[in-house]
Design a protein around this ligand. Structure first.
Ligand SMILES: N[C@@H](CCC(=O)N[C@@H](CS)C(=O)NCC(=O)O)C(=O)O
Length: 224
């Protein structure tokens, strides 16, 4: 198998970390997002989304980080994607929650417009409104994550065992380190982030984004 990815890509990281943590035999092929390799042939022809990650397993190609995690977990019989109907439904629910709810307001509302020039709004007024809206929405999502998803003393998002939802959710929330988000007001979230930060595979998989955070550490940001 081959995973087309980039180390600086939020959505590549959970897949790369799951592959590393589960010792899944899979080649990692970097698609250079910075030089626009994903927009050119041959990559653009095999992935019309022109995005990473994409998995290739023989003649089967799969995009969407969440779907790739589920495929790899099923293919390898990983306990990180439980077979029990309700446990699996919970993992699916949490992954969809991160993807559809938190990521929209946190990534595309609060963080990316401040960090990436092509996400910045055209006027100061629109930029401020976007970032403020994102921050307000994130307060509500983080409270849900803290009180409900991670409530009841759970170690991981779906119980006491790590699941693919943890790799997925951590990759999304960790991006906030670039704008220096502080989760102290959400103690269950802060504790879970620390648990994920301490996974043996985290330092290597997250090295590129940490390097980027260092590069922008003097820039002022609106953060949580
Ligand atoms: N929903 C997709 C999103 C993939 C995505 O946004 N990939 C970004 C990197 S994190 C990308 O390839 N961006 C290239 C571009 O927008 O030009 C997934 O979860 O895999």
């Amino acid at each position: 198998m081959k995973l087309y990815m980039h180390p600086a890509s939020t959505t590549s990281r959970p897949v790369v970390q799951f592959i590393a943590a589960s010792s899944i035999p899979c080649d990692l092929q970097v698609v250079d997002l910075f030089s626009g390799e994903h927009m050119r042939e041959p990559y653009a022809a095999i992935n019309p989304n022109k995005m990473v990650p994409m998995l290739e397993d023989g003649d089967f190609r799969l995009t969407e980080s969440s779907a790739i995690l589920k495929y790899l977990a099923d293919k390898t019989g990983s306990p990180a994607y439980p077979k029990d109907l309700r446990q699996r439904a919970r993992v699916n629910e949490v992954m969809d929650w991160f993807n559809a709810n938190l990521y929209r307001d946190y990534g595309y509302g609060l963080i990316y417009p401040q960090v990436f020039p092509h996400h910045k709004r055209r006027s100061d007024e629109a930029q401020t409104a976007t970032v403020d809206w994102g921050k307000e929405r994130c307060k509500a999502w983080l409270q849900v994550l803290n009180d409900h998803v991670l409530g009841g003393g759970k170690t991981y998002l779906c119980g006491d065992e790590i699941t693919i939802a943890d790799y997925f959710g951590y990759a999304i929330l960790q991006v906030g380190e670039v704008i220096r988000c502080d989760f102290a007001s959400y103690p269950n979230v802060a504790r879970w982030m620390e648990t994920m930060r301490n996974q043996p595979t985290t330092p290597e998989v997250y090295a590129a984004i940490k390097g980027f955070a260092d590069q922008v550490k003097a820039q002022p940001f609106v953060a949580m």
